[in-house]
Design a binder for this molecule. Structure first.
Ligand code: BF8
Ligand code: SF4
Length: 658
């Protein structure tokens, strides 16, 4: 038993604000949160953990044991593990596809003149996306270009498989040609998104595919469809709400202010949260009428990331600690849309005055308020939500207010466009060379995308924080998304102060050069916030830009991903496309596949042989960093060798393969 397992108790967080709420709760009244439920849940089911429990048909559940080495239908451990795994990928992809579908749906309503509260905010992004995905702009006005983009996105989401069908355009135009060829050659280039999910689910039905290799590889098709969905979501969010630029804000429970009406937006969809932020700015007078100084909106999970990146809205907390803001007694309402919303928030809110407000037809929680957020009356609905928060403010019990006074400055807003803009102050002709040159010269060891969730199997936020400190010391340029980004924001690691404290000389010099060239008053942070989980598409675009600059396929680029506390099905889908699209990918918890050496071997080794990306499971954050550094150094070394060969044999370009 590992040391961590031995000391399982409810103080499972590295977030000091969260810890202070947990401690106050332990001494007061014992309201149950995820931290306590995790303790009660131990020990967790071994069959489930290894992925060798099958419930796909009603003869089951079948569990693989020494006595019964196959399911009743004869399914081996490898079939059961592979089926369970790709069903998780399908779940994750469905969630992102649903998000992308909603964005395009709003786009369609805008085209039809039915969603008047939304406009095209970022024309440059509109043009850039149109040019990337091949939508003709000549002779068309902006609305017509937008309409064509909406049409293409809808087609891409809904196109079915067929010999003569074109590939998923948004995806194939957003990655480099070598990757497109690889996906085509391996027969995993999706045509559409929802169709691919359907095919994969059908493939796992009882009596369908029993071949684990075929199952996993077809699952990867869904994972790359997931990447395409994320890209659609990010692109439409940027066009409708603006592409993020550097912004300063703050993070952690201390952003709550007892003198204000406090409203948290939680979930993923900027379609709702952007409207809430805008309306709240105009409704100050309504809050003043009930004795508050105004309305403070703050964010939880990825919709929090969306409004932080574009509007500078403070981060309240991330996934695991989402119940805790309610327990400060100062949160008047939490409005939620889709994904990663723990049903547990409602039970905690019952002990306080906080109103939980659901807004989406596919996310309802018994006992919560429901405001049907219809896009044709978006502003009116946002105001309805805010009025509920204002009315809750009047019901506060001042004696129960206890806000941990912990918050940190955050410098966020790093879209790829914003990063290249910073680089262009150093190299106006080829901005991306600022990064690739720094890696070639050895100033930086490479790039790591820190992404994914929280998972109580690890100490909340601890893996995120420990890994970033180690990577910083080793001069790795770090970008972050999702709840990983939330962890860094809350702990003050998205600041220049963190650079001074943790960065090695190379990283310090690199960031310092950018500060100077851009004459930045607010200096750059240690970890660059790239946005929500769908914005992992941005992180991959950065890798693609590096690959283009070097003229190589992505598996040659010293760029790795890590999900130190992965949790959701979305994270499974994301990790899988990271691997398929060429990244060494670390995961800090074991996925449910260790019950089959064969499937585990595909993830750890065979994926590398075929796609150039591979998984690493490592629970210890320090060992994980060693593995990531090895992966980065290996790629840099190989590229050097290939470059020497290019010079020696006077070939025109570096070999594209790996
Ligand atoms: O999409 S990181 S816990 S909030 S799944 Fe969820 Fe994981 Fe957080 Fe955002 Ni992403
Ligand atoms: Fe058991 Fe096979 Fe049914 Fe799974 S599909 S529950 S292994 S009989």
């Amino acid at each position: 038993m590992s040391d961590e397992k031995k000391k399982i108790d409810n103080r499972r967080t590295a977030d000091l604000a969260a810890l202070s709420v947990i401690d106050a709760n332990s001494s007061n009244g014992q309201i149950e949160t995820s931290y306590e439920r995790f303790v009660k849940m131990q020990p967790q089911c071994n069959f489930g953990e290894q992925g060798i429990c099958c419930r796909i048909c009603l003869q089951g559940p079948c569990r693989i044991t020494k006595k019964a080495s196959k399911g009743i239908c004869g399914a081996h451990d490898y079939t059961i593990v592979a089926r369970n795994l790709i069903r998780m990928m399908c779940g994750g992809c469905a969630a992102h596809a649903d998000h992308a579908r909603h964005m395009t749906h709003v786009g369609e309503m805008m085209v039809q003149g039915k969603a008047e509260d939304y406009t095209i905010m970022d024309k440059d992004k509109l043009y850039a996306v149109a040019d990337r995905v091949g939508v003709e702009r000549e002779g068309k006005n902006d609305e017509e270009v937008f309409e064509d983009l909406v049409k293409l996105a809808k087609e891409d989401l809904t196109r079915f498989e067929g010999a003569h069908e074109k590939p998923f355009t948004w995806l194939s135009k957003s990655i480099i040609e070598e990757r497109v060829n690889k996906l085509e050659a391996c027969n995993i280039m999706p045509r559409g998104v929802f169709g691919t999910i359907g095919e994969n689910i059908a493939q796992t039905h009882v009596g369908m595919d029993a071949d684990p290799v075929n199952l996993v590889f077809q699952g990867l098709k869904t994972s790359v469809a997931d990447f395409g969905s994320e890209h659609i979501a990010t692109d439409f969010s940027d066009i409708i709400f603006g592409t993020p630029k550097p912004v300063v804000s703050e993070a952690n429970l201390g952003v709550l202010d007892k003198d204000y009406v406090n409203l948290a937006v939680h979930g993923h969809n900027p379609i709702l949260s952007e409207m809430i932020v805008r309306a709240a700015r105009e409704m100050r007078a309504d809050a003043e009428k009930v004795g508050a100084k105004g309305i403070k909106v703050s964010g939880i999970c990825c919709t929090g990331n969306e409004v932080l990146m574009r509007q500078g809205v403070p981060v309240l907390t991330n996934f695991t600690s989402q119940e805790l803001p309610i327990m400060t007694g100062a949160l008047d309402a939490m409005v939620v849309d889709i994904q990663c919303i723990m049903p547990g928030i409602r039970a905690v809110a019952e002990c306080f005055h906080t109103k939980i407000i659901t807004t989406s037809v596919n996310v309802k929680i018994p006992g919560a308020y429901h405001v049907d957020f219809v896009e044709d009356r978006a502003d009116e609905k946002a105001r309805e939500v805010i009025n509920l928060a204002i009315s809750a403010y009047k019901e506060r019990n001042p004696d129960r207010i206890n806000i941990p006074q912990i918050k940190h400055k955050v410098v966020a807003g790093f879209s790829v466009e914003a990063i290249l803009n910073l680089f262009s102050a150093v190299n106006p002709d080829t901005p991306i060379k600022v990064l690739t040159d720094a890696i070639e010269s050895g100033e930086l060891r490479g790039v790591v995308l820190l992404c994914g969730c929280n998972n109580l199997k690890r100490i909340h936020d601890n893996n995120h924080l420990e890994m970033a400190k180690d990577l910083a010391r080793n001069n790795v340029f770090m970008v972050a998304t999702g709840c990983a980004a939330g962890a860094y924001a809350k702990a003050g690691m998205m600041t220049w102060e963190a650079v001074e404290e943790y960065a090695g000389d190379g990283l310090k010099a690199f960031l310092g050069r950018l500060n100077e060239a851009n004459k930045l008053e607010e200096k750059l942070p240690l970890v660059f916030h790239m946005g929500s989980c769908v914005d992992n598409s941005r992180a991959y675009d950065l890798m693609t830009a590096m690959a283009r600059q070097w003229g190589v396929d992505t598996p040659k680029v010293p760029y790795a991903a890590s999900a130190p506390e992965a949790m959701s099905e979305k994270a499974v889908a994301i990790g899988s496309w990271c691997v398929t699209l060429g990244m060494p990918t670390h995961v800090g918890v074991y996925p449910y596949i260790t019950g089959s050496d064969l499937v585990n071997g595909i993830a750890l080794q065979i994926a590398d042989d075929v796609y150039g990306g591979y998984f690493m499971w490592e629970e210890d954050p320090h060992k994980a960093v060693e593995k990531l550094l090895y992966a980065l150094d290996d790629r840099t070394w190989k590229m050097k060798v290939h470059r020497q060969a290019m010079e020696k044999y006077e070939t025109e370009s570096i070999s594209a393969g790996w």
